[in-house]
Design a binder for this molecule. Structure first.
Ligand SMILES: N[C@@H](CCC(=O)N[C@@H](CS)C(=O)NCC(=O)O)C(=O)O
Length: 215
């Protein structure tokens, strides 16, 4: 049973941060088991989960191969890339460029777009100042990515953990009331990644919801 399984246990929900890790596991073709943590019902506060995810958020993993238990999606992506030697450059300029854009995702794209979801999608009309602030910031961040993709297929040249970390947040463009047609390079990047079989499989964890497709 547990003693024989040497893959990864993934504790997740159908959100951008959760999908980063299921997409990564699909890309790497690592064996994994899914444990849905329903954050709408408070599963993330269960002490058994908080024991290895002390910020009580998904995603988190347990690697039965190494015994490592870990929270924070960016750290998990780096761990899995390091474990397999895939989807992250080895130390050198490309590696640091990937770290730069991974930190940009973790520090800006995730937290700011998360606030857009909170105020614009789930609580419209309650806080006009916050709606204006986060929709402007959302558009500004889309433009940063649009500029970055001007002469690049992926955010840091090769497809990497940076794209995997960023893509699920852009897949929520409808929640953010953003029109991808105003960002043609970002739209091209989005559609190209959406077409990857591993992305389609990882997106469907833990619930099979269709990937949004812009007109
Ligand atoms: N920086 C964390 C953020 C994780 C996060 O915000 N997870 C959300 C879902 S996307 C969550 O678990 N929310 C539950 C809660 O806030 O109680 C990461 O990237 O893993």
């Amino acid at each position: 049973m547990d003693g024989e399984f040497t893959g990864i246990d993934l504790f997740t929900w159908a959100t951008p941060n959760g999908r980063k890790v299921s997409i990564m596991l699909e890309e790497l073709e690592l064996p994994y088991r899914v444990y849905p943590i329903d954050i709408t019902k408070g599963d993330q506060l269960n002490p058994d989960f908080v024991a290895f995810s002390p910020n009580n958020k998904i995603p988190a993993i347990i690697d039965h191969d190494t015994g490592l238990k870990m929270m924070e999606s960016g750290a998990i992506l780096m761990y899995l890339a390091h474990k397999t030697g895939k989807l992250m450059a080895s130390v050198g300029e490309d590696f640091w460029r990937q770290m730069e854009w991974l930190m940009f995702q973790m520090g800006h794209i995730g937290p700011m777009l998360g606030q857009t979801h909170h105020f614009i999608k789930f609580n419209p009309g309650k806080a006009p100042y916050a709606e204006e602030r986060y929709s402007k910031e959302n558009a500004r961040l889309y433009q940063v990515l649009e500029n970055r993709l001007q002469d690049k297929e992926y955010i840091v040249d090769e497809y990497s953990i940076v794209d995997i970390a960023t893509w699920p947040w852009i897949s929520r463009y409808e929640f953010q009331k953003m029109d991808l047609n105003n960002y043609p390079r970002l739209k091209r990047w989005y559609l190209k990644i959406a077409d990857r079989p591993a992305v389609r499989k990882g997106y469907a964890v833990p619930q099979d919801i269709p990937i949004p497709t812009p007109d």
